[in-house]
Structures are given as structure tokens and as C-alpha cells.
Design a protein around this ligand. Sequence first.
Ligand SMILES: O=C(CO)COP(=O)(O)O
Length: 247
Amino acid sequence: MTTPVSLTSTKMNLGLRQTENWIDDVLLPRANALGRLHFCACLPYPLLPLGVRRFEKTGLTTGAQNVWCEAGAVTGEVSAGLLAEIGCTHVMVGHAERRRLFAEDDRLVARKARAASAAGLTPVICVGEQERAGRTETVTQVRRQASTALRDLPAGAAAVVLYEPAWAIGSAQTAEPHQAAAVLSALQQETPDHVNPTLLYGGAVTAGTYSSLRRLAPWDGVALGRAAQDAAMLDDVLGELLEPARP
Ligand SMILES: O=C(CO)COP(=O)(O)O
């Protein structure tokens, strides 16, 4: 049984001091466990050097929450090359909040994923339905989002596909495990032969989420939001992800 993979994004929820405290008091004391999960913390742009410095030699890595597709004269944006140069390993593309607030569509998300990959970063391609929907509609949306982003990645490129239903993010409810299993199966079918992405679930993850999803489908891990910011919740999730005998 391979060890699951996990990551988190602090979104815009923590300032500089809060991020320092969270890294020092919550993440670093758990660096061994988090390192086993290849844990990546996706931070706002100005806090990326802080993450890179603090995580040096810990097994944890730093990711960005967004990127622009090209370098050059694009005021206010940040290129994949710069993210790689400062030490990021991952970058999220197409998070539901960006699709909703900034009208990011599948083609733009695909360009961002390609740029990330070309710079040596692992794109975390976020997919998921904006509104709660039935299985057929959900699977159709997710298939389209994932295939558009994956098909132009170079052969052998590292990639994560993160299924996060927008309605579950920040809520108390995760996706229903059978429906999530149908999504995972569609993602596997939609993955082109030349890439082998890690497939994660996110959205209202707490202790128990991974086990109930994994019972029905071979998810590679989970992305954490609120659960990574609370030491007790994080301990519970880590205990579950790292327990030796999972079904
Ligand atoms: O959006 C998320 C992570 O990117 C999920 O957040 P929550 O786990 O807090 O719902």
C-alpha cells in the first residue's frame, strides 16, 4: 500500500505573522509525518520565500496558489519560471474560487498547467462542479476540465488532479463517496497515456473523509483546507492517512 499524498492551501486566510506561527507551531512539529505524505503548503505569493526558507530540509515543500502562463510584460502577474527560481515545487491552477471570481476557463487553466510543467513545477489542476449536481453532470464537467488540462502536458510530466466540488469547499459536507468514486473513475479514463497524475480529493476534508472515499475508490490522498490549520484536526487526519492497515 503506497502512502497517501496531501497538500494544503491557506488561500488568503493567514497574514505574515499568522503564517509564521502556523508553520512553526503546527507544521514543523509534525514535519516527519507531513514529509511522508509529500506535503506541500500552497501560500500567497508574498509568503512563498518564507515557506521555502522554513521548509528547507524538512521534507515539506512550498507551492503557489496561482501563476500566469508566460513571462514578460504582464503587470501584476507571476511567471512559472519565477516560482521555480524561488524554490516552489507546485502551483495550483484552476481552483474553484478562481474559476468563479476570475472567470478562469478550461483553456486558460490548461495554459497555466503547461507553463508550470515547462518550468519544472508540478501543476495541481483543480477540477470540480460549481453547483451541486447529479452524477452524470458532475462527471461530464470534471472530464472536460481534466482532459483539457492534461492533454497538452509534456510526456511524463508530474501532475496532480485535485477534485474539489466548489459547493463542498468551506462547507460542512464532503462529496458523497459513491459519486466521488464515479468522478475518480472518469478521471482515470480521461487521463491520457503520456501522463500519470496523482488524484486527490478536497473539500471539507476532516478525519474519516479519506477512509470513506478510499473504501470505494483508489484515491491517492486528500487536500486539506481548514483541517490543516487546526493542530488537533491535523493530528486526526495525519493519524488516519498514515495508519498502516488501510482497507
Ligand atoms: O479549498 C480547499 C482547499 O483548496 C478546501 O477547503 P476546506 O477543506 O476548508 O473546505
